[in-house]
Design a binder for this molecule. Structure first.
Ligand SMILES: [Zn+2]
Length: 142
């Protein structure tokens, strides 16, 4: 068992940074991280169990809450500085802030969430981080 685990870790370590980046880019484009051709999601952000293009088994790759965390982090770092800049420069009424920033926050969040989820699935696929039937992480070599 330890020999097999070592072999799996060695196989995943052979992938270069550009391989990881390429898989994340394919995922960010909402495409299969293996072939880059077929859609990764069946709906807004529902991961397909298998790729229709290459047959890659995608079901073990689960991003869980990570896309939401990264989306909130990114959108917060975009909206809050812009809000502070507008407040400092123009000091608009509160209702102007509400009309401006609430829709922009919603649009950015909903727009970025599937892209970030795809990138995280691509990263998991690239490093071989899978989840078993109970949702616990396990490592594989393909
Ligand atoms: Zn594929």
């Amino acid at each position: 068992m330890p020999i097999e685990k070592h072999r799996v870790e060695q196989a995943t370590d052979l992938r270069s940074f550009s391989d990881h980046l390429q898989a994340m880019t394919k995922g960010f484009k909402r495409r299969c991280p293996a072939c880059g051709g077929a859609p990764l999601f069946s709906g807004y952000a529902s991961l397909r169990s298998d790729c229709h293009g290459c047959g890659a088994h995608l079901e073990p790759f689960r991003a869980d809450d990570a896309p939401a965390y990264f989306t909130i982090f990114l959108v917060g770092h975009i909206i809050v500085p812009l809000l502070l800049l507008v407040e400092r420069a123009y000091s608009p009424e509160t209702w102007v802030h509400m009309v401006l920033w609430l829709p922009l926050t919603l649009i950015l969040s909903l727009g970025l969430l599937p892209l970030i989820k795809g990138a995280l699935i691509g990263l998991q696929w690239s490093i071989g981080l899978r989840h078993d039937a109970h949702g616990w992480p396990e490592r594989g070599d393909d």
